[in-house]
Write a protein that binds this ligand. Structure first.
Ligand code: FAD
Length: 322
């Protein structure tokens, strides 16, 4: 199989999802005896891609791409896939990847497997595993169309460095774009400067309605700051306007898979679990011993978050600064 890996960038550097996409694509190529070509849109330093084993990368440039329209991105990726005769296109299931993938699948007349947690090409076909019913069950989907598109859930396909780093050959790619490919223009981006993004963090401390109000989230922020963690939130607190949507974890928020996930004052509704149940170690702090979150927690603290969080922060500080 010839695989095209769409590599996301931010401020001219490859994002963590790019390395995960490379790893997933190279694994498929190895299983199917094929090859991988990367695709970056706009200017970016692709050197790091070589560390993860990618040797061949297209760099797409066009004035209209500067408008950051996902429909123009989809058109560009479709043209690149056709030019390279790619059988499979892999993208991250990030918010941008989720917008691009269905458009791309239509353009390529490809079957689409969204939000996959495993991909397998060892049997000659592409079989994708995807969680369904908010993570209650897993579905194995065989894509039977000639061209195939799959998005991979961030933080699930662990990026693997190559035994020997490859030297990346960048090839310019000039898509043919017209104004009608740009359906929307990004005019400004507001970013939580200095804050870690939950989707990429290795440790997350999340707060829920049990925190009682936005004024108490400093307890979550303090523990997160001490651990070098990102702050996450349940939908209840985001809907209430206590925290920004970018922090929401769950079915309608971000899917996370950190090494450590600490949930304070979060009940553990199925829609929240859908976004964090694949975390490696889960710690729950809840004053209700029957809260559903304890069913998936590796460590549970039955207690008042207002008492537990400061104590935990102090304890972590004493260990970290020892
Ligand atoms: P609650 O359910 O109110 O739980 C608060 C918890 O805090 C309770 O368990 C309580 O025992 C505990 N508590 C109270 N006081 C303290 C204290 N002092 N110390 C310790 N613990 C305390 N939710 C998401 O999170 N993410 C999603 O993406 C999402 N998507 C959804 C999509 C759909 C279509 C729907 C229908 C719902 C979605 N939800 C989502 C909402 C979800 O069903 C829950 O309503 C939400 O997760 C509850 O948030 P919570 O746990 O913070 O609040």
């Amino acid at each position: 199989m010839k695989i095209l890996a769409y590599l996301e960038t931010l401020d001219g550097a490859l994002k963590k999802t790019a390395f995960e996409t490379i790893t997933a694509a190279l694994t498929l190529a190895k299983q199917s005896g094929g090859s991988v070509v990367g695709l970056v849109i706009g200017s970016a330093d692709t050197t790091q891609a070589g560390v993860y084993g990618l040797a061949d990368c297209l760099v797409a440039k066009h004035a209209l791409l500067e408008k950051q329209s996902t429909s123009a991105f989809a058109e560009t990726i479709a043209q690149a896939a056709k030019a390279e005769n790619a059988d499979v296109v892999i993208l991250p299931a990030s918010s941008t990847g989720k917008e691009i993938a269905p458009r791309l699948a239509v353009k390529l007349e490809a079957g689409l497997a969204p939000d996959t947690v495993a991909l397998d090409a060892s049997g000659g076909n592409l079989v994708a595993t995807r969680p369904v019913f908010a993570g209650k069950a897993r579905l194995n989907v065989k894509i039977t169309t000639a061209k195939k598109v799959a998005t991979i859930r961030p933080n699930v396909f662990t990026a693997k460095k190559a035994d020997a780093a490859a030297t990346v050959t960048n090839r310019d790619f000039a898509p043919t774009l017209a104004d009608n490919h740009v359906k929307a223009t990004v005019t400004s981006v507001s970013r939580n400067t200095g804050k870690l993004d939950v989707a990429e963090a290795d440790i997350i401390v999340s707060g829920g309605r049990g925190l009682k109000g936005p004024e108490n989230f400093h307890l979550v922020e303090s523990l997160a700051g001490t651990l070098g963690a990102a702050v996450g939130a349940s939908r209840a607190v985001v809907d209430a306007g206590w925290r920004p949507h970018g922090e929401q974890v769950g079915q309608t928020g971000k899917t996370v898979s950190p090494t450590l996930y600490i949930a304070a004052g979060i009940s553990g509704a199925i829609q929240h679990l859908a976004g964090m149940s694949s975390s490696k170690v889960i710690v729950a702090i809840n004053k209700d011993k029957d809260a559903p979150i304890f069913q998936i927690a590796d460590y549970g603290i039955v207690g008042d978050a207002f008492e537990v969080l400061p104590k935990l922060t102090e304890k972590v500080k004493s260990v970290v600064h020892r």
